[in-house]
Design a protein around this ligand. Structure first.
Ligand code: GLY
Length: 297
């Protein structure tokens, strides 16, 4: 079967001085996933590797470098879905796990469910994943933004929209499996405990190896209201080309929900790619054995 992969690094108004690092991060994530697929490895391994790389890259709002909550901490969400079995692993409100995608992967192949907060962290320890201090996930750029915000807002009273920089990946392997994965620190200054679209199956991601996969990014509350990832896969099921499905989803997002904003990536079981966004930018990179090879913002 022909292999293919697409990754994104968030849909928002990416500042000029962050454009190159976003592109470099997406290209590196794609290269790491592609090398696994090209060697005959699984789409699960390719997606986990690509998302891990972006979690470790402080330019992205995932893992290290994530936005801070209104209380000044990092809280992380992630999910992975196996399109062959429709199994999934999802985690949310993690404060002490450096790579949430790897914990989601453990759940997919283990308990196969959705764990949050302390229970999820206890499961990480039981699975041999080390815990870290929350402070070690915080970078100076985000602490400075939070301090600026705190100077004018009472903690926990407000949630700011803008700067949704979630990362995601979809991969198709030689065995014909299609996998979707994503990870995020959520919206800037979110209320502690808030969960967006990212770890919710059907909202932030969906994968069906017989039909296709979709991963969304952007303002989570608008994406959840539309169950947008599943809606995109429904469009593929009805025969829409992936690019048409992606563009249609963005039009629905903008028209149906006030302030609805974000982007999406789409991949079909025969390796066709779609991507669209209604924000100023979306960082992305993709490649397919059919000869597609691009990155942009
Ligand atoms: N799309 C990420 C979030 O809203 O949390």
């Amino acid at each position: 079967m022909p292999i293919a992969m697409i990754v994104h690094g968030g849909a928002w108004a990416i500042p000029d001085d962050q454009v190159e690092p976003h592109l470099a991060g997406c290209r590196a994530a794609l290269a790491s996933g592609w090398s696994i697929l090209a060697a005959g490895g699984s789409a699960l391994d390719a997606c986990e590797a690509a998302v891990r790389l972006m979690e470790d890259d402080p330019i992205f709002d995932a893992g290290t470098g994530s936005h801070l909550t209104a209380a000044g901490a990092v809280e992380l969400d992630a999910a992975i879905m196996d399109g062959r079995t429709l199994g999934y692993g999802a985690v949310a409100n993690l404060r002490r796990v450096r790579n949430p995608i790897s914990l989601a992967r453990k759940l997919l192949t283990g308990a196969g469910t959705f764990l949050v907060g302390e229970g999820a962290e206890a499961y990480a320890v039981a699975q041999g994943l080390p815990l870290c201090e929350n402070d070690t996930l915080i970078v100076e750029r985000e602490r400075a933004l939070w301090e600026q915000w705190r100077a004018t807002h009472a903690a926990g009273t407000e949630q700011v929209i803008g700067g949704q920089d979630t990362v995601g990946a979809i991969a198709l392997d030689q065995a014909g499996n299609l996998v979707a994965a994503n990870s995020t620190g959520g919206t800037p200054f979110k209320l502690p405990g808030r969960i967006g679209d990212t770890p919710l199956i059907g909202c932030g991601l969906y994968a069906d190896a017989q039909v296709g996969g979709a991963v969304c990014t952007g303002w989570g509350e608008s994406i959840v209201r539309l169950a947008l990832a599943r809606r995109i896969v429904d469009m593929l099921e009805r025969g829409l080309p992936p690019q048409v499905a992606a563009e249609t989803a963005m039009r629905i997002l903008a028209r149906r929900v006030a302030g609805g904003s974000g982007g999406c990536i789409v991949l079909t079981p025969d390796g066709r790619i779609g991507l669209a966004w209604n924000t100023r930018h979306m960082a992305y990179a993709y490649r397919s054995e059919a000869g597609e090879d691009a990155s942009g913002i």
